[in-house]
Design a protein around this ligand. Sequence first.
Ligand code: ADP
Ligand code: ADP
Length: 207
Amino acid sequence: MILIGPPGAGKGTQAARLVDKLHIPHISSGDMLRAAVKEGTAMGVAADGYMKAGKLVPDDVVIGMILERIAKPDAANGFMLDGFPRTIPQAEALQAAMTSAGYAIDRVLLIEVPDGLLVDRGVGRRNDPVTGTIYHLTFNPPPADIVGRLVHRKDDTAEAINERLHYYSSWTAPTIRFYQDLGILRRVDGVGTPDEVTARITTALAS
Ligand code: ADP
Ligand code: ADP
């Protein structure tokens, strides 16, 4: 399955809850790219500038990375993609790879949150590099004893979030229509507590 939503919609937060229940790997293109930047691989060096500015990393780089990842044995019984595909060429490449492997995407969940809430969600986001937990300074405050180790992403500034929102409406909106036309898109209201959103996702997955 695939999770789609604007930056800060709660994809990472919800994916962590869902994979616990579904026992499938959570494959986040953003997390994989950030790991490549940190390790200083050729792909990371190429992606870094785009990411800092909130721009999309070129399709060929991201497509190669994800197709390689979903071919690994732990993804053989299913996987949850988060942050990929974000463009029509990415969606088409995924569709072709799935078809040739004899698999299909079951569900595409679109988490919808109005733009006005997203800058606050992004600017307050803090990631724990030790446990992977996603905190928010106001909406999901971290325990005091771990605050010192939390990471504030370089692209979680109001400017870069607005740039990502621009790319989302230009490039990801057509991708959403692609899945709508296939009849597998489910829309979920992402406003409310994380528990409320999880409950809506559970209902949407059953429909
Ligand atoms: P995404 O992966 O879509 O960019 P995240 O899951 O990282 O989004 O969430 C962005 C920020 O918003 C994080 O700081 C997270 O703690 C917070 N957040 C997630 N879900 C909610 C929610 N339902 N209400 C308020 N804040 C939320
Ligand atoms: P968010 O959680 O805020 O939606 P992500 O962690 O998914 O952000 O992505 C962070 C950045 O990584 C993006 O702004 C972009 O530069 C790059 N990126 C991630 N996924 C893709 C993708 N599918 N195509 C192109 N660039 C991507």
